[in-house]
Design a protein around this ligand. Structure first.
Ligand code: ZN
Length: 130
C-alpha cells in the first residue's frame, strides 16, 4: 500500500478549515500531483449559490498553479467535530475530476483507521465528454 502519511495529515488539517455552516459536514482533501506537489482543500459552502466541495477546491488551486498531471487524492470527511466517516466524491466532483485525470487516478477515503482505494474509473466509468 502506498504511504499516504503526508496526504492524510494535510487533508485532516484542511478539514478543520471547512466552511460548512449549512450542512456542518466538513471535508478535507489532499491532491497529489505526479511531480509530488500536494494541494489541499476544504469544502466551502454558500447560502446563495452552489457550494464548492473540497475536491474541486484542491483541483482549482492546483490547476490555477499550472498543474496538469495528478496521481491521487485523499479525502477525509464527516460531520463537524466527529471522527471521519467513509466519504467519497459527489457526482459533480467525479465529473469535474474526470476532465483532468487518467482512468487509473486513485481516490482514497480514510476513516476508522483504514484506507479504501478506488480508481476514478470505478467510481465514474461513463462520464460526459464533449
Ligand atoms: Zn463534490
Amino acid at each position: 500500500m502506498i504511504n499516504l502519511r503526508d496526504e492524510i495529515m494535510l487533508a485532516t488539517d484542511a478539514r478543520t478549515r471547512a466552511y460548512a455552516k449549512y450542512t456542518e459536514y466538513t471535508v478535507g482533501v489532499a491532491l497529489k500531483c505526479k511531480n509530488n506537489k500536494i494541494y489541499y482543500g476544504c469544502n466551502i459552502e454558500n447560502g446563495g449559490i452552489q457550494s464548492i466541495c473540497a475536491e474541486r477546491t484542491a483541483f482549482a488551486k492546483a490547476i490555477s498553479e499550472g498543474e496538469r498531471e495528478f496521481s491521487h487524492i485523499v479525502i477525509i470527511g464527516g460531520p463537524k467535530d466527529k471522527d471521519p466517516e467513509r466519504c467519497l466524491p459527489c457526482g459533480y466532483c467525479r465529473q469535474f475530476m474526470s476532465e483532468f485525470v487518467n482512468k487509473d487516478f486513485k481516490i482514497y477515503t480514510v476513516y476508522d483507521k483504514k484506507v479504501e482505494e478506488y480508481t476514478i474509473e470505478e467510481l465514474f466509468p461513463h462520464g460526459f465528454s464533449l
